[in-house]
Design a protein around this ligand. Structure first.
Ligand SMILES: [Zn+2]
Length: 212
C-alpha cells in the first residue's frame, strides 16, 4: 500500500476506461506546500497508457481551467481544492473523445424542461448569475433548480437567500470553464450523481502487486 500513500489520497476512479483498453484511471489528491493538487494515475503498463493519462490531464486543463504545477500535478489557479468540481472535471475528461478536439464548454445550454436557453454570466469575484431567455411562467423555478444543481455539483454557495439565480465559488475567484462544465449537468443533478456512484462502485483500482 506504500505506493498509494505516496501518490496521495484517491478521490475518484474510472474503473474501465472505454477509450483505452478498459484500464483503470484514478484521480488522487495531494497536499503539497503550494496547496491542494491532483494527480491522474493508472497502474496499467499497457503501451500507450501514459499518453492516455496525458490526454486526460490536458483535457482537465481545458475543461476545468486547471493549471499544471512544476511537478506536473493539476491545480486550480485560486489554490482551493474544489474537490467536487475537480472530480466532475476528471470524469468528463475521461469521457471526452480522444479523436476530437477538447474545448471548454459554452456558458449556455438548452434546457429541455423549460424549453429555453440558460446562460451563466460571470459577475467577477467568483459570482455567477443564471439567466433564461424566456419569461414564461415556471422559468424562474427552473433557473433556481439549475442554480441548485451548480451548488450541488460544484460545491458552490448561494450568494443570497433572496436571489435564487445567483451562485458563487467560496474562494472568490472566477472559474468560467468549470462553471460551464457544471452547467451541462446542472439540469439533471440526480442523474449526474447516480452516474458518479455507479462508476465508483463498478470496480476498485488495484496496484500491480495486487493484480497478480
Ligand atoms: Zn477557486
Amino acid at each position: 500500500m506504500g505506493q498509494i500513500v505516496d501518490i496521495g489520497r484517491r478521490i475518484e476512479l474510472v474503473p474501465m476506461d472505454s477509450y483505452f483498453h478498459d484500464i483503470a484511471i484514478a484521480l488522487y489528491q495531494q497536499q503539497p506546500a503550494i496547496g491542494p493538487s491532483f494527480l491522474v494515475h493508472t497502474y496499467s503498463r499497457i503501451e500507450g497508457a501514459s499518453q492516455r493519462i496525458q490526454f486526460v490531464v490536458d483535457a482537465m486543463r481545458t475543461l476545468g481551467g486547471m493549471e499544471l504545477t512544476k511537478s506536473g500535478l493539476l491545480r486550480f489557479p485560486c489554490g482551493t481544492d474544489h474537490q467536487l468540481g475537480c472530480k466532475r472535471v476528471f470524469l468528463e475528461a475521461c469521457k471526452s473523445d480522444p479523436m476530437q478536439l477538447v474545448e471548454s464548454r459554452s456558458d449556455t445550454i438548452f434546457d429541455k424542461k423549460s424549453n429555453c436557453d440558460m446562460t451563466v454570466l460571470s459577475y467577477g469575484n467568483g459570482r455567477y448569475h443564471v439567466t433564461a431567455n424566456s419569461d414564461e411562467s415556471g422559468t424562474e423555478r427552473r433557473v433556481s433548480a439549475i442554480t441548485g444543481g451548480l451548488i450541488k455539483l460544484g460545491d458552490m454557495i448561494a450568494v443570497d437567500e433572496e436571489k435564487s439565480d445567483q451562485v458563487a465559488f467560496s474562494c472568490g475567484c472566477s472559474h468560467d470553464a468549470l462553471v460551464g462544465l457544471l452547467l451541462v449537468r446542472a439540469p439533471n443533478v440526480r442523474a449526474a450523481v447516480r452516474e458518479q456512484q455507479m462508476t465508483a462502485s463498478r470496480g476498485v483500482l488495484s496496484s500491480p502487486s495486487q493484480q497478480e
